[in-house]
Design a protein around this ligand. Structure first.
Ligand SMILES: Nc1ncnc2c1ncn2[C@@H]1O[C@H](COP(=O)(O)OP(=O)(O)O)[C@@H](O)[C@H]1O
Ligand SMILES: [Mg+2]
Length: 419
């Protein structure tokens, strides 16, 4: 048996050139991927805008009526008062209080018109996502104001059940209003063909266990075929005739709710009850303390950035990159932990137990892909405890939002400087 002898330098040379070729191909593939991702992002942005415009289109018809009602009062009373005040023959006969009352109606109705215009502008504008404390009233009232007339016109009985003293949300109000509006428009479309009483209910309450505010929109419309239940949130899924629906409304809702660290679900019994439920993390009523805060994050640069931000905001904190180090940190008293669950899959159960024991609040760092990649029930356990999800790329605003949601920031103080 002979040995095949290859001159060593030629073998190495061949390997090196093969390697160079591979590297070249890899780089080319990477470039292509980057271009494709960019293109996808641009397409997605255009689609979202298209969906918003179609929702706006549906709104505009109703808004004409919404505006005409207050304008009728404004113009009518203003003309009456003008006549009364300038009339040579009769002069002013009513007491000043009566005139003031009429003027009060003018003011009130003009403000109502202005509110409607503001709400419309908020939907139409395309701003970068923000996170600010918003009250439930400020969130839902503009949406309801926009649909009131449409409900009356279509013979829809609409009821809102909203207890007082609901906690505030840390949210992008126009985005969440778009969610409510999309759900409401779908509900209206579902009840319109119903022959009997058409009813839509919006119930808002607090899920104290999950520190969440729960919005349930339910109606007695045509409902969703059980086979379609799993698909209604898919982009482009629509059962409406060609041209009548984009199939994007619910996928937009899903994306916005997810970006707020919330969840959206649907249940349907056709012609009995269809309910869309949105759960969004609530702001704690009482700001708690200024740390210490634990950061568990794999990427050193990202970890250093979070540390720098916490340092600048005057927090005491500890940072770790591994499960072992993190658990050592957990041994100390901490107020909150910002954790990238994917960084410590093995140590996660022990860590969650340690958090519970310390009474520390959990903020998840990372996206939902990271959560889905976790083994077993870990994702559900994380989601059940998390007060907020801070998605990458990490920015100051989202980080603040996470800290506020975790109750380790003074809400007003933190937002004073930005507003
Ligand atoms: N309240 C509802 N009742 C019955 N079906 C609904 C309801 N909301 C949504 N759907 C179903 O989900 C589909 C997707 O909704 P959506 O994403 O808003 O797109 P579109 O309204 O443009 O069809 C609808 O076509 C409809 O089949
Ligand atoms: Mg829709």
């Amino acid at each position: 048996v002979g040995l095949a002898v290859t001159p060593p330098d030629r073998g190495v040379e061949a390997l090196a050139s093969a390697n160079r070729r591979l590297e070249g191909e890899l780089e080319e593939a990477r470039q292509k991927l980057v271009t494709t991702v960019d293109r996808l992002a641009a397409t997605q942005a255009r689609l979202l805008q298209a969906e918003k415009l179609s929702a706006l289109g549906q709104l505009v018809a109703g808004v004409a009526h919404e505006l005409n009602n207050p304008l009728t009062s404004v113009i009518g009373y203003a003309q009456l008062l003008h006549e009364e005040l300038t009339s040579k023959q009769t002069g002013v006969t009513r007491p000043a209080e009566a005139l003031a009352e009429d003027l009060g109606v003018v003011c009130r109705e003009a403000e109502r018109a202005a509110r409607i215009v503001r709400a419309l502008l908020a939907f139409a504008s395309r701003q970068a996502a923000t996170r600010e404390p918003v009250s439930i009233g400020d969130l839902v009232e503009p949406v309801l104001a926009l649909r009131q007339h449409a409900h009356t016109a279509a013979g829809i009985e609409f009821a809102v059940c909203r207890p007082p003293d609901l906690p505030r949300l840390l949210a992008d109000a126009p985005q969440l209003q778009q969610v409510l509006l999309n759900l409401l428009l779908n509900a209206e479309q579902a009840v319109r063909p119903v022959a009997g009483p058409r009813r839509i209910d919006l119930a808002i309450d607090v899920d104290t266990r999950a520190y969440a505010v729960r919005f349930a929109i339910s109606e007695n419309g045509h409902g969703i075929n059980p086979a379609d239940l799993g698909r209604v949130f898919d982009p482009f899924f629509t059962t409406r005739p060609v041209g009548a629906g984009s199939g994007l409304g619910l996928s937009v809702c899903y994306g916005i709710v997810r970006d707020h660290g919330g969840e959206i679900e649907v249940e349907s019994v056709p012609f009995r009850r269809t309910t869309f439920v949105v759960r969004l993390p609530a702001l704690p009523a009482q700001p708690v303390d200024r740390g210490p805060v634990a950061i568990v994050l794999r990427d050193p640069a990202a970890r250093e950035f979070l540390a720098a931000a916490l340092r600048a905001w005057g927090y005491r904190f500890v940072a770790a990159d591994s499960g072992e180090r993190a658990l050592a940190i957990m041994g100390r008293r901490i107020a909150a932990a910002l954790i990238e669950p994917g960084a410590i899959p093995g140590a996660l159960p022990a860590m969650l137990a340690a958090l519970d024991e310390a009474g520390a609040r959990l903020v998840l760092l990372g996206d939902h892909a990271g959560l889905h990649a976790l083994p077993g029930d870990a994702a559900a356990a994380c989601r059940a405890r998390a007060r907020a999800v801070v998605p990458p790329p990490y920015c100051l605003e989202m980080l603040r939002a996470g800290l506020v949601a975790a109750g380790v920031a003074e809400t007003e103080a933190l937002y004073e400087e930005t507003s």
